[in-house]
Design a protein around this ligand. Sequence first.
Ligand code: ADP
Length: 269
Amino acid sequence: MAVLTTGMPRTGPAIPAYVPQGNECRLFETAWTRRLPLLLKGPTGCGKTRFVSHMAARLGLPLVTVSCHDDLTAADLTGRFLLKGGDTVWVDGPLAQSVRNGGICYLDEIVEARKDVAVVLHPLTDDRRILPLERTGETLEAPSTFMLVASYNPGYQNILKALKPSTKQRFVMIEFDFLPRGQEIAIVAAESGLDEARVAPLVDLARKLRALKGQDIEEGVSTRLLVYCACLMGSGMPAREAVLAALIEPLTDEPDVKAALTEIASAVI
Ligand code: ADP
């Protein structure tokens, strides 16, 4: 399980750069103040994770990030008994740790996790704000600084993996999408160091490819991939090679589709 713990006090290292899409910063702060859990939905690579780390740093809160996957169980989040030097000791999982210590626990791609995860989240996402640890008999009460944030990509869902309404309806939800052209150009330029004039055609190409989503490709080009492409170009890779490696290969394994996407790209780059 990939777990990342970061603590960024208000006066500490720089706050990760984040360009808002709308009122999400205010919504986040208000949800945090009122102890409401938050669910972020949107395509991969559109800024959800960056948003959470930005807000955690802004609010001076520690952040525990769990990347959910299809083997992730409730016990992975809450904790388990482990053998240590002949003794059996309880070791908190990342969610239990975050509830004990306060701060933000971010469950990235929550739909990927096993079904039993929803069960442990339910008492934590209503006014009880508790996390019962069945195996130890302990019930953790979330401190006022604790906030649960989760994300999912509605595009990936199939019937087996859809987030249940009973879970969805426990969160305040914010929808994310890719930024408008001008803002995306500015972000990719800032993140990669490539100048805006060279980034602009990449963003235009990404917007064209995104329009094909659902036809030949499952997902459109993410802002993340645009940043990668601009980094390759900034380090001297020819544009066509960078585009192929960062914007086209990750989208498809089908030779026909790849050829069609390459043709679209060569008209733009
Ligand atoms: P997600 O969590 O939605 O998959 P990320 O937050 O990891 O996506 O975003 C991918 C990258 O795109 C970030 O690391 C950052 O470089 C860039 N990015 C996307 N949206 C923004 C934004 N609004 N402000 C700043 N950077 C952004």
